[in-house]
Design a protein around this ligand. Structure first.
Ligand code: NAD
Length: 512
């Protein structure tokens, strides 16, 4: 079956709820015999099936993207921007439709699903400014009568591999910027929630871009490895876990590709005794348990300094009031974890906290939600007196769990955080400008919030994780993404004045 659309009234139109591939501008049913079940994490009901793209289909996607690049790279940036404006406006128009599908396959509560889509729309919006973003540099008279100027030119076929936790935002971090820069793109989204990216791709076609510019393939390691090793792919963007990120970075760079790999995190928040207590508690509840703690910028370690430790009972009380539930229930604070395996990991880590001597103030292991006996629920979980040797401190839980570490001073908090292997995000809550200034200067983390719990930069900046949260050189969106998805060509030019005779052959490097 081949169609120009994938959805009708929010439902897949392909038979047996099999997610189509987008190849050469058409939604097609894969020839594969292998499909991956996509389940509703609140019930385990199978919603649809993602195809494991065949080798032949991978080759077809890459070949089609290569052809698309030839003509699209010649399209002037203002024309590319006009298409992107159209896309941005379609995304806005269909934000709630996308969020409905997203909530169904991730379990996110609807308002949070709307936020996931919105943060992606903002990147498409940023990509609309591409003519100014690809302006080069010029210096007249670098030597007598010689000018130097640079052009920013597209790179080729680029690929993106995305995680389950932001199925709208993270694909939209990638392909709008890559395509606005003049490249073609192949997206391999998470096999756990493939419908949302399919909807993004459908709207992309509707926006009137050349039909073969974006290809959508599905699968796992084998399909990703094809993208990492294929000679026609020039750049690979990845977001996901640390082991996979390391594999992607090593394999991609071994095959001489440009790679950016955003990986795991353990985000610390420092609470100073002079902070606003109620705001601290409200912010800790939302940023540790929002999206069931499945955000790469979720706060998972709270470092309480000195007298701020007196607020811990109030934090426990506030966390105990929130309840997970299904995505369409307005009273649900957050949804289920994405899979039984994700829940299993959270349960294992909660058990380890008991065994390794943490004070488990709240244990969400036995969480139930009426009417949803099979959901991957974990209740709000709070560990106190956590030390750096404990598994809950070392490992990413990716669940609604907050670890408390107690310190006596800001210096001790900074030392603790700087020793952590991750450097995605951090924040400090304080009323002191001096403490905040010291923190922002000395902390070895790429994104810092001051009285802001989840400091994800807007797209005119870049998403700048450090240490084991990022492998590569140039980050996502903003000016860094333009550098990542383009080549710089530097031209040095001289035009001869016929009335001036040649000075003859020059055998040495001229000093001026
Ligand atoms: P994951 O690493 O399991 O999967 C990510 C992608 O890689 C998926 O498309 C998957 O199909 C593919 N993949 C899985 N195993 C592979 C393999 N062996 N070889 C090649 N490709 C493979 O991650 P996830 O569970 O989907 O997402 C959660 C993780 O993503 C967390 O660790 C979270 O911190 C991280 N994350 C990081 C950021 C960031 O900006 N740093 C943002 C979002 C999520």
């Amino acid at each position: 079956m081949t169609t120009s659309r994938a959805f009708e009234n929010g439902e897949l139109i392909h038979p047996e709820n099999k997610v189509p591939l987008l190849l050469n501008g058409e939604f097609v049913q894969s020839d594969t015999k292998t499909f991956i079940d996509v389940t509703n994490p609140a019930t385990q009901a199978v919603i649809c099936q993602a195809p494991v793209t065949t080798a032949g289909e991978m080759e077809a996607a890459i070949a089609s993207a290569k052809t698309a690049f030839k003509s699209w790279s010649e399209v002037p940036p203002p024309e590319r921007a006009r298409h992107m404006f159209q896309y941005q406006s379609l995304l806005k128009k269909h934000q709630a439709d996308i969020a409905t599908v997203l909530a169904k396959e991730t379990g996110k509560v609807f308002d949070d699903a709307m936020g996931d889509v919105w943060r992606g729309i903002e990147v498409a919006e940023h990509a609309c400014g591409i003519p100014s973003l690809v302006m080069g540099e010029t210096v007249e008279n670098v030597a007598r009568n010689i000018d130097t100027y640079s052009y920013i030119q597209p790179l080729g076929v680029c690929a993106g591999i995305t995680p389950f936790n932001f199925p709208a935002m993270i694909p939209l971090w990638m392909f709008p910027m890559a395509i606005a820069c003049g490249n073609s793109f192949i997206l391999k989204p998470s096999e756990q929630d493939p419908m949302t990216p399919t909807m993004l791709a459908e709207l992309f076609l509707e926006a009137g871009f050349p039909k073969d510019l974006l290809q959508l393939v599905h699968g796992g390691k084998e399909q990703v490895d094809t993208l990492l090793t294929h000679p026609d792919i020039k750049a690979v963007s990845f977001v996901g876990s640390v082991p996979v990120g390391q594999h992607i970075y090593k394999t991609g760079t071994d095959h001489l590709k440009r790679v950016q790999a955003f990986a795991g995190a353990k985000n610390h928040v420092v609470i100073m005794p002079d902070a606003d207590k109620q705001r601290v508690i409200d912010n800790l509840v939302g940023s540790s348990c929002g999206a069931a703690g499945q955000r790469c910028m979720a706060l998972s370690v709270a470092v309480f300094v000195g007298a701020a430790q007196e607020w811990i009972p109030d934090l426990k009380e506030a966390l105990s009031q929130i309840k997970p539930g299904p995505s369409d229930d307005k009273t649900s604070a957050y949804g289920p974890l994405i899979s039984p395996q994700a829940k299993e990991r959270a349960l294992r880590l909660i058990a380890s906290a008991h065994e390794q001597g943490a004070d488990v103030l709240l244990d969400g292991s036995d969480c139930t939600v009426p009417g949803y006996p099979n959901g991957n629920w974990i209740g709000p979980t709070l560990f106190d007196n956590v030390t750096v040797e404990m598994d809950v401190y070392k490992e990413e839980i990716f669940g609604p769990a907050l670890s408390i570490v107690r310190t006596d001073s800001l210096e001790d908090a900074i030392t603790l955080i700087n020793h952590n292997q991750y450097g995605n995000g951090t924040s400090i809550f304080t009323a002191s400008g001096a403490a905040a200034r010291k923190y922002q200067h000395e902390i070895e983390v790429g994104q810092v919030g001051i009285n802001v719990p989840i400091p994800v930069p807007l797209p005119f900046f870049s998403f700048t994780g450090w240490k084991n949260s990022f492998y590569g050189d140039l980050h996502a969106y903003g000016k860094q993404a333009v550098r990542f998805y383009t080549e710089t060509k530097t031209i040095t030019a001289r035009w001869f004045d016929e009335s001036i005779p040649s000075e003859g052959a020059n055998m040495t490097i001229k000093l001026k």
